[in-house]
Design a protein around this ligand. Sequence first.
Ligand code: WTA
Length: 656
Amino acid sequence: MTEAKLEAWLDEKRAFAPSAAFVATANAKPSLYDEANADPVAWWRKQAERLTWEKEPTSTLEWDLPFAKWYGDGTLNASVNCVDRHVAAGNGDKVAYHWVADIEGESRTITYAQLLKMVCQTTNALVELGVKKGDRVAIYMPMIPEAVVAMLAIARLGAIHSVVFAGFSADALSSRILDSDCQYVITADGAFRRGAPSPLKPAVDEALQSCPNVKAVLVVRRTGGDVHWVEGRDHWWHEEVERQSESHTPEFFPAEQTLLIMYTSGTTAKPKGIFHTTGGYLTQCATTYHYIFDVKPSSDVLWTAADIGWITGHSYIVYGPLVNGVTQIMYEGLPDSGGRDRWWRIVEEFKATVLYTAPTTIRTLMKWGDELPKGRDLSSLRLLGTVGEPINPEAWMWYREHVGGNRCPIVDTWWQTETGSIMITPLPGITTTKPGAAMTPFPGISADVVDNEGNSVGNGEGGYLVITAPWPAMTRGIYGDPERFKATYWERFPGKYFAGDGAKRDEDGDLWLLGRIDDVMNISGHRLSTTEVEHALVGHPSVAEAAVVGASDDTTGQAIVAFVTLKLSAEDATKDQSGVIEELRQHVAKVISPIAKPRQIILTPDLPKTRSGKIMRRLLRDVAENRSLGDVTTLTDPTVVNMIAGLMQTENSSEE
Ligand code: WTA
């Protein structure tokens, strides 16, 4: 980032106070912070009353750092909390989801009563297939209602869902299935993308070649057409689910029963299976959703434009909203499926009141021009949210003016797969917001910015973001690897949770998140580790060595730049290597996902290394961002990096 850009980024002077109209009806009252922070544990105990417990917890927090138990002796069922109790309360006819297909004109309206029926039938089908409490079930599905139903049915049985983003490759799917030993997979024949079918089942078939423990695969027919079928293993959803009884009597489970596993990238090549338990996770999802999105269940139509393959979809399309009993929009397609004004047509048609999405999407919508949102009636919107990466003030301002009509508060919400729920955010009706700042820890959450030694920094200073007290939705660990959990998050600053993000406290003491400080990249809001991509590259037979960095990108936030040395015979070295680059990009897509394809691959005869043999990624990042090079004296051969910078320049000028 250039100095000028950084300054614009950190413009602390612009601020927007909440309007009197919003304040009058806001769920969050200013006393909230005082109440919560006076005794956070007691306050979180009170928030647990949002849930229906079979047995009310008598304990709130047991803290054996870094292992927490929240509401430990309570028992409940997640699925009952999301569905049954709303039907029992007489809200069965209320719409849970307005589901909008990728294809124009196709939609489904699903009420809470219908959702309950679907969940019960699916639960009964899973029981028939052999799923039991504690079993792991992988979900690899497009954004269709059955994906939500599958999650709730698994949870209803006390089994554990591990949703794998449907954009991941067969290899990525199989490694996740193996890591948590999933014995069941729920998928679809395919997905629709911009009106065209795109197959999913072949990736499952390929993945399962290396997963001998998988006993059954349940397949939703979404796109039609032929699919490869393994008799005895594969089952059609419409054959197995729709014939089942429409009722299912749930069991209740301890609050600390594992609800879900979500894989996310860390700093090593192996993704981490972050797991969450039931009581604390649901409590914080429900509480944050209520206050941050100012939810009015009787009138709101809320739209979290995310994928259920990521934590945002789990917490704010499934659990937070359903516990609150609200009406949502769930959209299957891409922002431009059926035209670049598709989103605005959806807002207009369903009178969306709240929209929650990622900065990368906002920047894309912004590029497509002001005319598109202007051409539609967006007056139903009353609140906007953003998540996933730092939002640049330009995008924030565009969102405010062109989508929010200068009237909607914006909540810039910071959180992670590991935190389970939102942690740092403005509260609408209370916070005076600043474009680009996530502002304040949520009530009951203690965050700090510390220096290298772990001491709090003063106002106007930057450092590392840490969370200093346990919170209900915190991950209970990395599946099967408690040591890695301790080492990754709790050892850098003993006793504090190390988030891996840089942050700054401005002159007023408000928080600005500045991006990852480790080897995790954030590409369009998707987390990927540099090592994961390097690992994929060196897995290709012609690659000798690879170094990957995240470089700034105007649309995707960061983009992947890879520096690769090839294993070349003297004869190969004289040949044109241009085909190799595309082959390597495709290789990464195959091993991880198309989202991991490097934007740029620079073939180089050597990589800059320290005398101890470590690749100097810092220098490569400078090269990738065209910055002047820092200290190169520790390198074995300082000329290497200048040579790479030269290669990069040649490459860039030939692209222009
Ligand atoms: C980044 C997504 C700045 C951050 C919910 C974090 C953000 C990572 C924000 C987690 C925000 C998320 N401002 N950065 N509002 N929200 N991040 O696990 O670097 O996919 O560590 O969870 O996204 O990504 P994850």
